[in-house]
Design a protein around this ligand. Structure first.
Ligand code: GLN
Length: 384
């Protein structure tokens, strides 16, 4: 018997993710895939050895629900040393299945039917489905123009008595911009005297360029008290397939997030937690990331500097936007597909992340790739 009368989709209008679309188109046409964000080089063999060692030592059963204590301690120390904020390993840190699970569990813990959640556009694609699946109402603030400045007056005008949460993301995917101190103060001022929870997606915290500092919410005492910070080991240690991340928040928020986390995943991979605990004891492993990726960004930009694309260097993340308005006025989705099929280079059109599919005539390229991959790709892009 058909069930069609018995359920209504909670996410009826959800399109296939652009990452799936572009990566499969790239595979089909054997194009260089610099669309979806993941490294095409391997992680440090030392980290793999640490996982094997943990497995051989017998750490193969459930880890504690929130993560092993020593791992949470190591995470607390990293945050304290970088941002001067102290989170209690016992009650304020949860190890999650990637930043995506941390974000979903956080939204699910606090957003109820009819609650509004403010999201800056262009936005990474996991926020909106999490809000909608929990009955929330996404409220958008579009970042302005091709430099993606934040219109703080527009932001303040979107705050209502129903605003339950604000989601920010710096370093920002897909634009490669970062929040400045001024932005953080504007945000802090706008949220003062409200009960709004701030969800800060800091997945790219260790990938910031040209001497800029990552403005973690953890640095801002007043914001921190209302905030959940989500982070990703996949981005930091070239292990996106491990799905390891964490979130930190004051205890009163964290206890609610853990109720969702516990009955969704219970706990995440035990041997990987053991391995990452050891690896975090060598801060150079994550502190060297800025320089490592800055070189890759520069190699990519050097390769396209004589092309007909124009650009502003990415300030953070492993993404670079290229503006193609001098080449064609095609819309970005069509162009991304055509470049994949006809030229053999796959990218991500960013209109899909914008409000009303606003088309800035820009494509996103991932430079977390081997130098030879980047050289091959820029050679092709320079001929377009
Ligand atoms: N974070 C990756 C990106 O922005 C995509 C991950 C995914 O495909 N869901 O490209």
């Amino acid at each position: 018997m058909a069930l069609t009368n018995n359920f209504r989709s909670k996410l009826p209008d959800l399109p296939t993710s652009i990452f799936t679309i572009m990566s499969s188109l790239a595979a089909k046409h054997k194009a260089i895939n610099i669309s979806q964000g993941f490294p095409d080089f391997d992680t440090d063999p030392m980290l793999v050895d640490l996982v094997a060692e943990a497995m051989l030592k017998g750490h193969n059963q459930y880890a504690p629900m929130a993560g092993t204590y020593s791992f949470r301690e190591a995470i607390a120390q990293k945050i304290e040393s970088l941002y001067g904020a102290s989170y209690h390993p016992e009650s304020e840190i949860t190890v999650t299945s990637g930043a995506t699970e941390a974000i979903y569990s956080s939204v699910s813990a606090f957003v109820r039917e009819g609650d509004e959640v403010i999201v800056f556009k262009p936005a990474y694609d996991c926020y909106e489905p999490a809000i909608l699946a929990n009955g929330g109402v996404p409220v958008f603030v579009q970042l302005k123009n091709k430099d993606f400045q934040i219109d703080w007056a527009a932001f303040r005008s979107k705050i209502t008595p129903r605003t339950r949460m604000v989601i920010i993301n710096s370093p920002h995917n897909p634009s490669g911009t970062v929040f400045s101190k001024g932005d953080m103060h504007a945000l802090q001022n706008a949220l003062r005297d409200t009960d709004i929870i701030l969800l800060s997606d800091e997945a790219y915290e260790h990938i910031v360029f040209d001497g800029l500092e990552h403005e973690s919410v953890a640095r801002y005492h007043e914001l921190r008290a209302r905030s959940i910070i989500c982070a990703s080991f996949g981005k930091t240690f070239h292990t996106t397939g491990w799905k390891m991340g964490y979130c930190v928040a004051p205890q009163e928020l964290m206890q609610e997030i853990q109720k969702i986390h516990e009955f969704n995943v219970f706990s995440v991979s035990h041997p990987m937690q053991r391995a990452l605990t050891e690896y975090l004891k060598i801060p150079d492993k994550y502190l060297a990331l800025n320089a490592f990726f800055q070189k890759k960004r520069d190699l990519f930009l050097d390769g396209v500097k004589d092309s007909r694309f124009s650009f502003t260097p990415s300030q953070g993340t492993y993404f670079q936007l290229l503006d193609y308005s001098k080449i064609t006025d095609e819309n970005d989705v069509d162009l991304a597909k055509r470049l994949t099929i006809e030229y053999g280079v796959a990218s991500i059109p960013i209109s899909v992340f914008n409000e009303d599919q606003l088309d800035y005539k820009m494509l996103r390229f991932c430079f977390a790739k081997k130098n030879e991959t980047l050289e091959k790709a820029t050679e092709i892009l320079s001929k377009i």
